[in-house]
Design a protein around this ligand. Structure first.
Ligand code: NAP
Ligand code: MG
Length: 405
């Protein structure tokens, strides 16, 4: 069989621990035999980040900007323990944080659904994609705990030192707490552009929710910016595709989400997105089945799995023990990236390959062949056999070969 050709390179970002092992298995078994894989390779594994003083992470992000599409393996975000373990000269920043800052992007998380794992919410039939505005608000807040009586103020001083605004927040008659939050129009705008672009890209409705009835300036700003950008830049395209932009109060959104059958993108402010993405992913089943895409406001894409490097499995693997780590989200990162690359380069055969790869994965699971984590989640009465990672990947390959023949 002739291998599928690529024209533009895909930016490949390798990573750490168990996911690095799986990365190679996926390439060897599911990609290289079928695709004339053209990638620009960046090793974001911790040893190489240390060797290059983290330059490799920045180079990878710039390559993502240049070529438009990348696929990333999970990477270690160093903490104190990792600094010792890897003998690091510095506690390098999270690669995901660095890449997100350079691309100014928003992360979209969506579950992979299979018949035998039913969501905890019975009426959910299609994935719910959560978009979290990962900037500002409570995550960058200034806080103070006062131990005595006193007054707290909110104040704004302009560049020339003139106080433009001052209002008493509270006259404390006892000890208490206070907090100052901010966000920026520029960041909200980028968030909005990423959301509208991704909705168009995946042809799904976009929901957005805040608490604007209570927060009449802060949350209201989010609502107004989204509406303005929608009307100016995306309304026409949405109508052409028959998809809708829908704004509602966060309380109402929560109620509607639970009653819905899924199949849309839910854009959330930073804190809402943090909490709701954990709730939605748990209700859908498993972190190992959660995909993640970073989308920049100018339409650049970075695909990855939502989970980490699965450290505990890696240490078992190093001891020579059999591991049954679920490669689904990492395979879907590859298929998502290849599909996008194919779409941008008008390579139907590449898009078709990526689609068949995903189908082969789902068929394998539907045939009851799965990794250990899923066996515990399937509906009672489903035939389910736990296999190790490489056997699972080989089963996918067998089905993929049939489809491509
Ligand atoms: P994790 O790697 O996601 O793993 C947490 C646990 O979830 C695992 O121990 C495993 O549970 C289960 N799990 C996750 N993915 C799985 C899979 N594909 N198949 C089967 N089980 C899976 O999170 P972590 O242990 O908190 O973090 C490990 C490292 O990953 C850290 O160094 C962290 O910095 C990094 N990390 C990177 C990213 C990223 O690059 N995007 C994201 C998160 C974390 P059992 O052990 O019970 O089987
Ligand atoms: Mg969270």
């Amino acid at each position: 069989m002739e291998k599928i050709k690529m024209t533009t390179p895909l930016v490949e970002m390798d990573g750490d621990e168990m996911t690095r092992i799986i990365w190679q298995m996926i390439k060897d078994e599911l990609l290289l035999p079928f695709v004339d894989l053209k990638t620009e390779y960046y090793d974001l594994g911790l040893p190489e980040r240390e060797r290059t003083k983290d330059k490799v992470t920045f180079d990878a992000a710039y390559a993502n900007q240049k070529y438009g599409v990348s696929v990333k393996c999970a990477t270690i975000t160093p903490n104190k323990q990792r600094v010792e373990e890897y003998n690091l000269s510095e506690m390098w920043k999270s690669p995901n944080g660095t890449i997100r800052a350079i691309l100014d992007g928003t992360v979209f998380r969506a579950p992979i659904l299979i018949d035998s794992v039913k969501p905890a919410v019975r009426n959910w039939k299609k994935p719910i994609t959560i978009a979290r505005h990962a900037y500002g608000d409570v995550y960058k807040a200034t806080e103070y705990r006062c131990e005595e009586k006193g007054k707290a103020y909110l104040s704004f001083v302009d560049e020339n030192g003139e106080e433009k605004f001052r209002e008493q927040i509270y006259d404390f008659e006892c000890a208490g707490v206070l907090q100052g939050q901010y966000n920026k129009d520029s960041s909200i705008r980028s968030f909005a552009h990423s959301c509208f672009k991704y909705a168009i890209n995946t042809k799904q409705d976009l929901w957005f929710s805040t608490k604007d009835t209570i927060s009449k300036k802060y949350d209201q700003t989010f609502k107004l910016i989204f509406q303005e950008i929608y009307d100016e830049c995306y309304k026409e395209e949405f109508e052409k595709l028959g998809i809708t932009y829908f704004y509602t109060l966060i309380d109402d959104a929560v109620a509607r989400v639970i009653r819905s059958e899924g199949g849309y993108i839910w854009a959330c402010k930073n804190y809402d997105g943090d909490v709701m993405s954990d709730m939605v992913s748990t209700a859908f089943g498993s972190l190992a089945m959660m995909t993640s895409v970073l989308v920049s406001p100018d339409g650049k894409f970075e695909y990855e799995a939502a989970h980490g490097t699965v450290t505990r499995h890696y240490y078992r693997y190093l001891k020579g023990e059999d591991t049954s780590t679920n490669p689904m989200a990492t395979i879907f990162a590859w298929s998502g990236a290849l599909k996008k690359r194919g779409e941008l380069d008008s390579l139907d055969s590449l898009v078709d390959f990526a689609t068949k790869l995903e189908e082969a994965c789902i068929e394998t699971l539907n045939d009851g062949i799965m990794t250990k984590d899923l066996v515990g989640l399937v509906e009672a009465g489903t035939k389910a056999k736990a296999v190790n990672t490489i056997t699972f990947i080989k089963e996918i390959r067998a089905r993929l070969e049939k489809k491509l023949a």
